[in-house]
Design a protein around this ligand. Structure first.
Ligand code: ASP
Length: 599
């Protein structure tokens, strides 16, 4: 019995045809002696009917014995469903198959959770779903996610192929370069005491491919980071990894805008407007208090340092006098915030070292706040004008050093947006995608504890050309040729134009980042060597593929778009990995364990 149709295909025009379907028993109803079974395959569902008056008794008995998720093949005639029993929710809802023969291809044990329940994801604990991932993946929602992922991968390959890119695989057994995140290491049997490391990204290989003259490279690259997993991270994840020669930042922006336009069209039928706005790191922090702003709503931060420089309110004027800023945001319509919500916002401010949170509620035509009495009329007028204050608003302040003030209000802004959304005062369509480029990041950040500079992005990012002379004399003012592409408050990807001159790269490693020359040689010597043999100017980017698919699927968790994800502890509950290895394997690897073996 070979299938003639998939379970999403039958329509009124098939009425009268004899068809064969195969798939799983999705759901079953027994009505007045007649059995109704929805058969499900990857594509959809079809109702099949088993009527004892039309069927040989042994076939009917077989139907009676069917349980959820049995695998079956059925043959029968397509007919119209009786009046009043059509199901507009499914594509085949106008017809049913009157079964004449039924084969049970396999049975199924009693299920740990119901595959046909559309609410599994909210009802069943995720650990159970991960343990029985094959059942979880049978659910139509999950198949839809896998299909979306496949479609996006193929569109990406097609687009980049059309743009002249070569797909090149780079090794996943790499060497340890302990920069940034912690790595997974792999002991090497043939070189006792030596280890490979799994790459955190193909960064160095893709740059070497540019030296090799590949000119345009891409890869859907698996990357590995051994970090303590934050809520929605995975120890292995996929990037759309790209590198190009003879380009500047503008070329990269155009390439990625074209690629994302193609993906959004193929995946959602949405035409993304391009070019995306380009905002500097300074501007996004100043206006939104974060380097990955959600631009689907306003609630922007406004600066009042000048207005309060000579204020009689000491808390504000003293901060400005010490080089800090006074910033405020108007949470429109949030004067109704509960004490609990105000406490939560105050807690945000405290987590950045602030002593508290100053705010004004505008209620019954009055500005309610213990600080208002310190304000002059001119100061009030400035607030009124620049924040467009109205009845029912809540104005929140941060007075601190610039970055801290921005970040405090940036977090409070996001918190307020959530509250406003829950109250129905802020409505965001699921089809709204506000992309932007964040550019002109500082090349370096200062690590106070270690008392040294480190790369804001990575050490291969080129400084903005006119800032190169200040690399050593004034590192703080050097901007990097780094860019992030951001959508709806999520950093989708980032990249940079790279340093291609071996002398500048060496200066960055040794004099700016203060890595001892022997260490530079050991870790990056081969790259500096390569650069001496004609490295073209080049740049690239990596997009988080899992994150992108999650956004396209409208799911908040990347685990929902990865076939076999790991838990927050880095374990696979289905295969029970990681696991132990036996003594002989350890001996072959020249390793001895210090931790006691778990029984
Ligand atoms: N390798 C970088 C990363 O993984 C991206 C890039 O610079 O292309 O974040």
């Amino acid at each position: 019995m070979k299938r003639t149709h998939h379970c999403n295909e039958l329509r009124p025009e098939h009425i009268g045809q004899t068809v064969t379907l195969s798939g799983w028993v999705h759901s079953r109803r027994d009505l007045g002696g007649v059995i109704f079974i929805d058969v499900r395959d990857r594509e959809g569902r079809t109702q099949t009917v088993y009527d004892p008056s039309d069927l040989p008794p042994e076939v009917f008995h077989r139907a009676e014995a069917l349980r959820s998720e049995y695998v079956i093949a059925v043959t029968g005639k397509v007919r119209r469903r009786p009046e009043g029993t059509t199901n507009p929710k499914i594509a085949t809802g106008e017809v049913e198959v009157a079964v004449s023969s039924l084969t049970v291809l396999n049975q199924a044990d009693v299920l740990p959770f119901q595959v046909d329940d559309p609410e599994v994801a909210s009802k069943v604990n995720e650990e159970l779903r991960l343990k029985y991932r094959y059942l979880d993946l049978r659910r139509p929602e999950m198949i839809r996610n896998l299909r979306m992922r496949s479609k996006v991968a193929i569109a990406t390959r097609q687009h980049l192929d059309e743009q002249g890119f070569l797909e090149v695989e780079t090794p996943t057994l790499f060497k340890s370069t302990p920069e940034g995140a912690r790595e997974f290491v792999v002991p090497c049997r043939t070189n006792p005491g030596q280890f490979y490391a799994l790459p955190q990204s193909p960064q160095q290989f893709k740059q070497i491919l540019m030296v090799a003259g590949v000119e345009r490279y891409f890869q859907l690259a698996r990357c590995y980071r051994d970090e303590d997993l934050r809520a929605d991270r995975q120890p292995e994840f996929t990037q759309v990894d790209i590198e190009m020669s003879f380009v500047d930042r503008e070329d990269l922006y155009q390439l990625i805008e074209g690629l994302l336009k193609r993906i959004w069209k193929v995946a959602l039928g949405i035409d993304l407007p391009t070019p995306f706005p380009r905002l500097s790191f300074h501007e996004v922090l100043n206006r939104f208090g974060i380097d990955k702003p959600d631009m689907r709503f306003g609630l922007e931060l406004v600066d009042f340092s000048e207005e309060f420089r000579l204020s009689s309110f000491k808390l504000f004027n003293s901060v400005v006098a010490s080089g800090g800023v006074v910033k405020a945001l108007n949470a429109k319509g949030l004067a109704c915030a509960t004490q609990g919500q105000l406490d939560a916002m105050t807690e945000i401010a405290r987590s950045f070292g602030a002593k508290g949170l100053a705010f004004i509620k505008i209620e019954n035509g009055e500005w309610k706040s213990p600080i208002v009495k310190f304000f002059t009329e001119a100061e009030k007028a400035a607030l009124q004008n620049k924040l467009n204050i109205q009845e029912g608003d809540l104005v929140l302040f941060a007075a601190d050093q610039w970055l801290n003030a921005c970040e405090i209000l940036g977090k409070i802004r996001l918190y307020c947006a959530e509250v406003l959304k829950a109250q129905g005062k802020l409505i965001i369509s699921p089809n709204q995608f506000n992309f932007l480029w964040v550019v002109d990041f500082p090349l370096l950040s200062f690590d106070k504890e270690m008392n040294r500079w480190y790369s804001s992005h990575h050490p291969f990012t080129a400084p903005v050309e006119e800032d190169v002379p200040f690399l050593i004399s004034d590192p703080k003012r050097v901007r990097g040729q780094h860019y992030d592409v951001v959508v709806n408050g999520v950093e989708l990807g980032g990249g940079s134009i790279r340093i291609h001159q071996p002398d500048i790269q060496k200066t960055v490693f040794e004099q700016v980042l203060q890595i001892p020359p022997e260490m530079v040689q050991a870790r990056f010597g081969y790259m500096l060597d390569a650069f001496r043999y004609g490295a073209p100017p080049h740049g690239g980017i990596a997009l988080g593929f899992d994150r992108m698919v999650a956004i396209l699927c409208g799911t908040s968790s990347i685990r929902d778009v990865i076939a076999f994800p790991k838990t927050a502890k880095g374990t696979c509950l289905m295969t029970e990995s990681p696991g132990q290895v036996d003594v002989r394997q350890l001996r072959d690897l020249h390793l001895e364990l210090k931790v006691a073996k778990k029984e």
